[in-house]
Ligand binder design. Sequence first.
Ligand SMILES: [Zn+2]
Length: 170
Amino acid sequence: MTEIENDTVASVHYTGTFPDSGEMFDTSKGGDPLTFLVGHKGMIPGFERELMGAKAGDSRSFTLEPEDAYGHPSDALVQEVPREMFPEEMPLDLGMMLMSDAGPFRIVAITDSQIKCDFNPPMAGKTLHFEVDVVEVRVATEDEISHGHVHGPNGHEHKQNDCCGDDSCC
Ligand SMILES: [Zn+2]
């Protein structure tokens, strides 16, 4: 049976909780399993490391410190942006998540002239606990390895106009 290692495609069900409170922040249960190409930086580093060697039917339970998950929050990723950079009619509230060319950010302070935007991942600085059930493991195809993502069900669907730029996959 195939074991999880770099260049395999793993499908897992997982539940993530904050170990301090036991509060659940994410789960795949009740939906499709999470399917990912191992060893291509699609997942947080500790998540893949803890699953190495696991086979279909195995369960793993582990807790990740921030450095193995979403890293520590950085002051450099908190930026003041002039209010006029946002559309005038756009309502802006503390804690709001918005999307920009530089990625998602959260509004952490508002004054008349400045909006303070936090680009740190929401999970930065958090210790995370995961319960994982391995559903399926298979060897990745050469196309998947060269593209860096999974093809097929639950994977990257190559549609027209949504191509990764490789003739062989669209
Ligand atoms: Zn592709």
